[in-house]
Design a protein around this ligand. Sequence first.
Ligand code: NI
Length: 164
Amino acid sequence: MSSSHPLLAALLDSWDRNNTILLNLLRIIPEGGLEVRAMKGSPSVAEMFTHIHYVRLVFVSEDAYEFARPMPEGEWKSERDPDLIAQMLNESAKAVRDAVKGRLEAGREMDLHYDHPILMLQHMIWHEGYHHGQIKLALKMAGLPLDNKVAGPGTWRVWMNKTK
Ligand code: NI
C-alpha cells in the first residue's frame, strides 16, 4: 500500500488528528494542573502525558526497529514544561506514523505485536483516548475541571468537523 493510497492517507490523517487533540488538551491544562492526580497512587496529569510518549516509542522499538528513536529515561516523568511535553509528543507521533507507513509501504508485518501494522495506530488511539478521559477526571477531582466549551473545540470537533 503506497502512501498516496487514499485509505492510508485517511488513516495517517486520523493519527495526526489524535495527536493534535492530545496537544490541544495539554494546552488548556490549568495552572498547577500537570501536578494533580485522581487519587493517591495514581499517575499525575504530567505523568500520563509522558507515559503516552513512552508507550508510543516502546512499541515502535519493539515492532519496527528501523524507526526507533532514543527512549526517555523513565516511563512516568513528572515533566512540568508543557512546551517540552508537546515537543516529545510531536516526536513520538512522528515515530509511530513513520513506523506504520513504512511497514505498510514495505509490505512487512510488525515484529512482535499486531496482526496488521494498522492495528498499531488503532491501539495507540484507543490507549490515548483512555488516558485523555483519566486526565480530565483527575483535573475535575482536583477542582480544576475543564469546561466543555473550552475542551470541546480542540477535541471532538477535530474528529468531526468537515474541513473540505
Ligand atoms: Ni497507559
